[in-house]
Design a protein around this ligand. Structure first.
Ligand code: ATP
Length: 284
């Protein structure tokens, strides 16, 4: 028999506290997803069907995946993940089978959240351009959504950064009929995100996260995480000369005094371009 992952291993470990600048979004998703998963009896009593599908849309790197993981964790639901392009790439007929299997497994383990990343690659607008394989996969996805019982305690969350590219049938009632928009973070949002990613980092006194939030206009969460990582690497580079390379050890006093300084962040900021910018430059 194949090795079975213990159930707990599928529980996502991020929480709402690991998301910066998404206060309102978190309120929305709690109401749409967490409440019905946690207290199905409330909805049953009122005769209200909770949503089966929620569509998250926003630019890459703004925390859509992390949000889906957090809501699963906070709802004490199992988390299942489908990467759109990955499932698309499989052999003829295979993609539909895999999609069905994940839906079955998620239903069998309810309460659960099934997250479909880059849903536009699974369910593009059906038209002249789409091939037979794509059309069948969209149809399969619609059938699976329609087959979900409202009381099943399974919510499908799908993410896209191209909502206009989706097949319209996907957004009909009973399918992905709720939408949450995630935008590029504003300055207070960036400040929160920087706070989260530097939580475990010793910061020198001259580091001013408010200043960093001010100068990172256009940077999304993934970019800010990259700046923080780069700043850490900068700090390592800076103390390299103090390492005892022959012994291969870090002197304890060096370790103790190690912190990330303002100039490390400034250097990192120069090196990390906002991802939206990178895309524009590729297009030019
Ligand atoms: P994509 O559309 O490219 O899949 P996404 O919107 O799903 O992107 P995530 O994968 O959730 O983005 O984010 C990538 C990483 O960026 C996260 O693991 C996290 O480190 C950081 N990040 C993004 N958004 C946030 C946020 N709002 N708060 C904290 N960290 C964030």
């Amino acid at each position: 028999p194949e090795y079975e992952e213990p159930k707990e291993a599928r529980r996502a470990d991020v929480t709402y506290d690991d998301l910066g600048g998404l206060g309102v979004t978190i309120d929305q998703i709690r109401e749409m997803v967490e409440l019905p998963l946690r207290y199905p009896e409330l909805f049953q009593r009122l005769g209200v069907d909770p949503p089966k599908g929620v569509l998250l849309h926003g630019p890459p790197g703004t925390g859509k995946t992390r949000l889906a993981r957090a809501v699963a964790n906070e709802s004490e639901a199992q988390f299942f993940h489908i990467a759109g392009p990955e499932i698309m790439g499989s052999a003829y007929g295979e993609s539909e089978r895999r999609l069905r299997e994940v839906f079955e497994e998620a239903s069998a383990n309810a309460p659960s959240i099934l997250f479909i990343d880059e849903i536009d690659s699974i369910a593009p607008k059906r038209g002249q351009v789409t091939g037979e394989a794509e059309r069948r996969l969209v149809a399969q996805l619609l059938t699976l959504m329609d087959g979900l019982e409202p009381r099943q305690n399974l919510v499908v969350i799908a993410a896209t950064n191209r909502p206009e590219a989706l097949d319209e049938a996907l957004r009909r009632p009973g399918r992905f009929d709720r939408e949450i928009i995630i935008g590029v973070p504003d300055q207070p949002g960036r400040r929160e995100i920087l706070g989260i990613h530097t939580r475990a980092m010793p910061l020198a006194e001259d580091v001013d996260l408010d200043e960093l939030a001010r100068i990172t206009y256009g940077y999304v969460g993934a970019d800010l995480a990259a700046i923080t990582r780069e700043a850490g690497i900068e700090a390592v580079r800076r103390i390299m000369p103090q390492l005892n390379l022959e012994e291969g050890t870090v002197p304890p006093e060096v370790l103790e005094n190690l912190s990330v300084r303002r100039d490390d962040f400034i250097a990192a900021h120069k090196r990390v371009q906002p991802s939206a910018m990178r895309e524009i430059m590729v297009q030019m």
